[in-house]
Design a protein around this ligand. Structure first.
Ligand code: DPM
Length: 406
């Protein structure tokens, strides 16, 4: 089997073009870390992929897009699984952990218009125009913002959806994750990017996570080299929030996270399905990555600081070039601790933060991020969010609602 051949790592992936692009991206990052390893991709079709015409909520499972892959992981047919992090339930099956959160792409939602609406925005679309989305989160927020627009489910992978948009007259526009569109190379189809006042993004949107068996220490240590600290902190906070809200991926919950000057700011909203009710709140915490052996800022020192943490050089370069200067500066100003040994010591055994094992990372900031997410969720629940989410859940479960779950 895979794990007995030291140099071969078998990587599980969904079969869609987007999933394959993401998996290949992760493999090339891993090759930068260790060129000696060989990789083989094992693709699988999940229940969620197979059933294209039914309300997935009626199947009554949360792991529709992960079950087959996780079974293969448990059976050691694969050594790791590459996921769009937002498709993973907030609670993983026993014996599974996230061993790596790679640098998050732009998490915002984007609008792709039908060619006949070229040059328009959601604001200038004619009244009654139909937006294609199966996300209760997108629908609720946009309905609230643009009550004159209509909504219709659309399913299938990204290729299918774009074809449905272009080749028929059913939809005026689609709402899709900017990250997915960009990975597919469809940047030119992104007509509008939605800010937090219109549509906050989904928990973990734009982030890619690698899932492994929790007892596979070798793999956990190896994959920890791909952890991106800010992305890790953001995902820990957002997932702790969603878990406390008991939302699952079908909840009308949007988030917005920002790390700047040692502060992490988290905003989240819980909405009724029609968008008429909304509890939106924010909270901040300080993220202190400093330690006695603090590095001076400046790219050279920073770079060596990261190398000391066994970070691959290439993704860092890419991050710098792609203009994520602010995130990068954020890390610079609060340099990472130099001594990996100390960090590992502090970290101790495999403590989990929102299902993520952050091997070799300092505990303090991870804990602060998790607390932030949980505390904001409690605040939202106590301020009317509980009733809103309960009603939304009931409506999705018991009425033959049009909305399909993801
Ligand atoms: C989840 C949702 C959707 C996906 C729900 C949501 C969108 C469903 C729809 C949990 N997963 O966002 O509120 O629009 O009908 C999905 C996409 C990506 C991963 C595509 C997309 C790519 C971006 C990424 C589907 N899963 O959201 O447009 O990796 O974050």
């Amino acid at each position: 089997m895979a794990s007995e051949r030291k140099t071969l790592i078998v990587v599980g992936s969904r079969r869609s073009e987007l999933a394959m692009i993401q998996t290949k991206k992760v493999i090339s990052a891993l090759k930068e870390v260790d060129p000696e390893m060989e990789y083989q991709i094992e693709t699988m079709e999940t229940i969620g992929d197979k059933i294209q015409d039914k309300a997935l909520s009626k199947i009554g499972q949360t792991n529709l897009f992960t079950k087959e892959l996780e079974q293969a992981l448990a059976d050691k047919h694969v050594d790791m699984i590459v996921h769009s992090f937002k498709d993973l339930p907030t609670t993983l099956p026993d014996g599974m952990v996230i061993a790596s959160v790679i640098k998050r792409d732009d998490p915002h939602d984007a609008v792709v218009f039908h060619p006949k609406h070229a040059g328009k925005t959601l604001r200038t679309l004619p009244t009654g125009s139909v937006l294609g989305t199966s996300s209760v989160r997108r629908r609720a927020q946009l309905k609230r913002c643009y009550p004159n627009l209509a909504f219709k489910d659309v399913r299938g992978n990204l290729n299918t959806r774009l074809r449905k948009l272009d080749e028929a007259d059913d939809y005026s526009a689609l709402i899709l994750a900017k990250a997915g569109l960009e990975r597919m190379g469809w940047n030119s189809r992104i007509n509008q990017v939605l800010g937090p006042n219109e549509c906050m993004y989904s928990v973990s949107q734009g982030a890619i996570a690698i899932e492994v068996r929790s007892d596979d220490n070798k793999m956990i240590e190896f994959l920890s080299k791909l952890h991106h600290m800010d992305s890790l902190l953001e995902c820990i906070a957002e997932r702790a929030l969603l878990r406390k809200l008991e939302g699952g991926c079908s909840a009308p919950v949007g988030v917005y996270t920002d790390i700047k000057e040692g502060q992490m700011h988290l905003t989240a909203a819980a909405l009724s399905l029609d968008g008429s009710e909304c509890v939106k709140m924010s909270m901040s915490t300080s993220i202190d990555l400093d330690c006695p052996e603090k590095q001076e800022s400046g790219s050279k020192q920073l770079f060596s600081g990261i190398v000391a943490h066994n970070k691959p050089v290439e993704p860092l370069k890419v991050a710098e070039e792609s203009g994520s200067q602010q995130l990068f500066s954020g890390i610079m100003a609060h340099s990472k601790p130099v001594g990996p040994v100390k960090a590992v010591e502090e970290f101790g055994s495999q403590q989990l933060f929102s299902g993520i094992v952050a091997h070799g990372k300092p505990v303090g900031p991870l804990k602060a991020a998790e607390d932030l997410g949980r505390d904001l969720a409690i605040k939202i629940l106590e301020n009317g969010g509980r009733e809103i989410l309960h009603a939304a859940h009931e409506e999705i479960q018991h009425h033959h609602h049009q909305v399909k779950i993801w």
